[in-house]
Design a protein around this ligand. Structure first.
Ligand SMILES: [Fe+2]
Length: 292
C-alpha cells in the first residue's frame, strides 16, 4: 500500500521574520536554504533538503506539514484514497515550486491543517545513512483525535503508543513516531511542538549547553520520554513556537512484532523524574490562552 515515508517539512507562520531567522540560524544552528519570495527556508546541518520553512504572517502557528512520498504513483494513490474516504483534496499532484519538491499535492486533515504530500527531487535515503540531524516529528493538538487518527491512517501512519492524557504517537517509518496527536477538550488545534533529531544523548547534552550559552532558556528538560524513549530538551522560538531537540529515539524495525503500548497516569512525561512538570504550553487550556 503506497504510504507516506517521512516528515519532510514543517512550515511555520512568523510575524517577525528577522527575529525568527536569527533564532533558527544562530541559536538552532540551521543552514539557510534558497526560500521562495518572502519565505525563508532552513535545513538541518548535513541534511540534503530544507526541512523548516518560515512563512511571513500576522500571527504565529502552523502553515503546513510536508510529508514525503517515495513515488509519483504512490502520491496519486494516496490522493485517490483521501478523496474516496471523503477527505478534502486542496490541490492535485503538480510540479512543486519550492526547492527539492518534484511533485506536490495538498490535502486537509480532519482539523483543516494543510498537509502537503511531496515527491522529492532527491530522496532522503534510508534511515541509517541519513544525516544525524534532521526534522524528526511534529505534535498536533486536536479536538477530534479519532477522526485525525483515521485521516493519518489513510496516509499510512500506524499507532505506536498511547497515553492516559489522550496522546497517540504515529509512525510512518522505523522511527517510533514522526507525528503525534494531543487530544484537546478545549478545542485547541494546530501545532503543539516540532522536534529535531540530533542523534544520541551526548549530542542532546552538548546541544543543550550550546543553546543555553547562545541565550535561549530551556522550558522543559533535559529528560527522557516514555513513549519513544527519546532524551529531550524543549525551547521556544521568538514567535512562541515550542521546538525540541532529541536523541536516542526508539526504532520499530518490524510492524509485525510491534504492539501498541499504553502509558498510564503513573507516567509524568519524563521517566528519569528530573525534568519536572511539562511546560505551560502543553496544558490543555482554551485556545484564547493558547501560545502556538
Ligand atoms: Fe516531541
Amino acid at each position: 500500500m503506497p504510504k507516506v515515508s517521512e516528515l519532510r517539512r514543517v512550515a511555520l507562520r512568523v510575524p517577525d521574520m528577522e527575529a525568527a531567522c536569527a533564532f533558527y540560524e544562530t541559536v538552532w544552528a540551521m543552514d539557510p536554504g534558497p526560500g521562495a519570495s518572502g519565505e525563508r527556508s532552513y535545513r538541518s546541518r548535513g541534511e540534503n533538503h530544507d526541512d523548516l520553512l518560515l512563512v511571513p504572517a500576522d500571527g504565529p502557528g502552523l502553515d503546513h506539514l510536508g510529508l514525503g512520498v517515495e513515488s509519483e504513483a504512490g502520491l496519486h494513490a494516496i490522493v485517490r484514497r483521501v478523496r474516496s474516504a471523503g477527505g478534502t483534496v486542496l490541490s492535485e499532484p503538480a510540479p512543486g515550486s519550492r526547492a527539492g519538491d518534484l511533485l506536490v499535492a495538498a490535502v486537509a486533515d480532519a482539523d483543516g491543517n494543510r498537509v502537503e504530500l511531496i515527491v522529492p527531487s532527491q530522496p532522503s535515503g534510508p534511515r541509517p545513512i541519513r544525516s544525524k540531524r534532521h526534522l524528526g516529528h511534529a505534535v498536533l493538538w486536536t479536538p477530534q483525535a479519532t477522526q485525525q487518527e483515521a485521516f493519518y491512517a489513510l496516509l499510512g501512519f500506524q499507532v505506536s503508543d498511547r497515553t492516559h492524557i489522550g496522546m497517540s504517537f504515529l509512525r510512518c517509518n522505523t522511527d517510533h513516531h514522526s507525528l503525534a496527536l494531543a487530544a484537546s477538550r478545549n478545542g485547541r488545534r494546530g501545532l503543539q511542538h516540532l522536534a529535531f533529531d540530533i542523534g544520541n544523548i551526548d549530542d542532546v547534552m552538548r546541544e543543550y549547553a550550546r543553546i543555553r550559552s547562545a541565550g535561549a532558556d530551556c522550558i522543559w528538560g533535559v529528560g527522557r520520554h516514555g513513549p519513544g524513549n527519546n532524551v529531550f530538551a524543549y525551547f521556544r522560538d521568538p514567535a512562541g513556537h515550542v521546538v525540541e531537540y532529541y536523541g536516542d529515539m526508539e526504532t520499530v524495525e518490524s510492524a509485525e512484532v510491534a504492539q501498541v503500548r499504553y502509558w498510564g497516569p503513573e507516567h509524568k512525561g519524563d521517566i528519569w523524574n528530573i525534568a519536572g512538570a511539562p511546560p505551560v504550553q502543553f496544558r490543555d487550556e482554551s485556545p484564547s490562552k493558547e501560545t502556538p
